[in-house]
Design a protein around this ligand. Structure first.
Ligand SMILES: CC(=O)N[C@H]1[C@@H](OP(=O)(O)OP(=O)(O)OC[C@H]2O[C@@H](n3ccc(=O)[nH]c3=O)[C@H](O)[C@@H]2O)O[C@H](CO)[C@@H](O)[C@@H]1O[C@H](C)C(=O)N[C@@H](C)C(=O)N[C@H](CCC(=O)O)C(=O)O
Ligand SMILES: Nc1ncnc2c1ncn2[C@@H]1O[C@H](COP(=O)(O)OP(=O)(O)OP(=O)(O)O)[C@@H](O)[C@H]1O
Ligand SMILES: N[C@H](CCC[C@H](N)C(=O)O)C(=O)O
Ligand SMILES: [Mg+2]
Length: 484
């Protein structure tokens, strides 16, 4: 068992009460999950302050308390450590507790508003197809080789994350690909990890409920690159307005990809249709099964990372050309009436606009677009009217419905979506709060050759209402009505 003193490197200890020469059975940030002789790290959260659970943690058997503020009355036999930042302390302690797993893997992190899951999943699929044993940490699922471990967050908390990487090392993985959400970066969930490489996809509007300002959101993402070591590679999107700023202060070796200007990884779209993308990448022609300009960017990012990981470019492109994307991202099915149904995870204004403009730009092999969309409750409210407007702007008909209302009243979310719509938009939408009924109505409205886009929930297999996750699968519901 590890000793406390052996997992405290890199942490500034402001006060130590008791011995650090004590074994640590487990690390824990949740008092309800404390085991005997574990270290409880008290974190000031967004809902509650973990410091209020110190006594409860000790009652359950915690022998070590790490906190930003220590209680006056200390329990005999318990070691107390005061630190400046508990989130950061948890991350470094987890790194050493689990034997520095990120140092034993080629670990690549992906950040950006949209495209993280797609890029990380494609990297996992690519490197698995190239014969490596790989791990994946993503919104849809975590994977150790072929074994699926359900994911509840895009980026797990630092302790679960290092435990997962440790398991990957134990199961002989050589590579791991992970999403780094801005919230995770800000909460130090990835602090202390040894990244071989990092990728930036793009930055637009999301998570302002958490970060408050766009500048703070940008800063969180940028800090990921600022903290990379010299040995790492950093790959950014040159066509994104913030693509160069992102790498401005990194010590890592910089690379760019672009569809518009010269870059290390330069791509050109030759053809884009519902059957896939025809592209030229660094002078090689290649066909991909993914659709749309935004996926051309995702594919360039993946290609760049593979080249930086010293894979042979032609082999990379040949293997990539056979791969499909991530579940619930532009997933499409065709009905018995020849209606095209697309299930997509677009849950930001930019993602929705991208998916819809992609559809509009495709070779015209469809008639009308009907979009079914809602917005998540307890999340960034600023994106609601913008998503609604985008749905109307780029569709022939929009049906506003519920996403995951969480603790909000679905009608309030729908009212937010309707706020400030243009006169033209107002003529295009109807409101059907029940998601199943909304999908049913879309299928009823669609004629042969039309496209139905069901946006926002992608791979999700549930609808979260007041803390309860009710089974719900957009693709399954759509399939049901398609086959009636
Ligand atoms: C807003 C946010 O990021 N919340 C995450 C955060 O919670 P928090 O710090 O606010 O925690 P809190 O509930 O206030 O509790 C504070 C501390 O007290 C502890 N506690 C609490 C109760 C108790 O009885 N005993 C106890 O010890 C908690 O374990 C915690 O350590 O840390 C928790 C532990 O890691 C996460 O589970 C929780 O994710 C919630 C469920 C969440 O929905 N997060 C979303 C917004 C999120 O993080 N999404 C991002 C990005 C999404 C994307 O773009 O893909 C992600 O990476 O998933
Ligand atoms: N490079 C991209 N640029 C813009 N939009 C994209 C891009 N890639 C994917 N999208 C759109 O965004 C949606 C979400 O994609 P994806 O799940 O890959 O992103 P993400 O960054 O992982 O999202 P999340 O923050 O929820 O984890 C897709 O369903 C698609 O509509
Ligand atoms: N990972 C994102 C997912 C949003 C998906 C959408 N279906 C919603 O519930 O808002 C978040 O937590 O903000
Ligand atoms: Mg994701």
């Amino acid at each position: 068992m590890k000793l406390l003193q052996d997992i405290l490197y890199k942490i500034k200890l402001l006060e130590v009460h008791g011995s650090t020469n004590v074994p640590v059975a487990a690390l824990c940030i949740d008092s309800r999950k404390v085991e005997k002789n574990s270290a409880f790290i008290a974190i000031k959260g967004t809902v509650v302050d973990g410091h209020t659970f110190i006594a409860a943690a000790i009652n359950k058997g915690a022998a070590i308390i790490v906190a930003e503020e220590l209680p006056e009355n200390k329990v005999e036999g318990v070691t107390y450590i005061k630190v400046a930042n508990s989130h950061e302390a948890a991350a470094y302690m987890a790194h050493y507790f689990y034997d520095c797993p990120s140092e034993k893997l080629k670990l690549v992190g992906v950040t950006g508003t949209n495209g993280k899951t797609t890029v990380a999943t494609l990297l996992y699929k690519l490197f698995s197809a190239l014969g490596y044993s790989c791990g994946l940490i993503s919104t849809v699922e975590n994977k150790i080789q072929q074994t699926v471990i359900p994911a509840s967050l895009t980026t797990p908390d630092a302790i679960s994350l290092n435990a997962l990487l440790h398991k990957m090392v134990n199961e002989n993985c050589t590579h791991a690909f992970m999403e780094c959400s801005s919230i995770a970066i800000h909460q130090h969930r990835i602090t202390g990890l040894n990244f071989t490489g990092a990728l930036f996809t793009n930055i637009t509007l999301d998570h302002l409920d958490y970060h408050k300002t766009f500048e703070a959101y940008l800063k969180a993402k940028k800090s990921f690159f600022d903290n990379l070591p010299e040995t790492a590679f950093a790959i950014s999107n040159k066509d994104d307005k913030r693509g160069e700023v992102m790498l401005q202060n990194t010590k890592a070796k910089k690379y760019y990809y672009s569809l518009k200007t010269s870059a290390d990884f330069k791509g050109k779209i030759l053809d884009d249709s519902l059957t896939g993308l025809q592209m030229q990448i660094n002078n090689t022609d290649v066909h991909f099964r993914l659709i749309g300009e935004f996926n051309a960017y995702n594919l360039l990012a993946v290609y760049g990372a593979a080249v930086c990981l010293h894979e042979e470019p032609t082999k990379v492109l040949t293997t990539l050309s056979g791969l499909t994307g991530a579940e619930g991202r532009f997933d499409y099915i065709i009905s018995n009436k020849n209606v095209i149904g697309i299930v997509d995870y677009a849950h930001t204004p930019d993602a929705l606009e991208n998916v819809l403009t992609t559809l509009k730009k495709l070779k015209k092999d469809y008639q009308n677009i009907i979009t079914v969309v809602g917005c998540g409750g307890d999340r960034d409210k600023t994106k609601r009217p913008l998503m609604a407007q985008a749905a109307c702007d780029y569709s022939n008909k929009a049906i506003f419905t519920s996403d995951n209302p969480r603790t909000e009243n679905p009608m309030d979310i729908l009212a937010d979506m309707e706020k400030g719509l243009t006169t033209a938009a107002k003529k295009k939408y109807i409101v059907i709060p029940d998601r199943r009924n909304a999908i049913e109505q879309a299928v009823k409205l669609a004629n042969e050759g039309d496209i139905i886009l069901i946006a926002g929930k992608g791979h999700e297999k549930y609808q979260e209402i007041n803390g309860v996750k009710h089974p719900f699968d957009d693709k399954e519901v759509l399939n049901h009505f398609f086959n009636l």
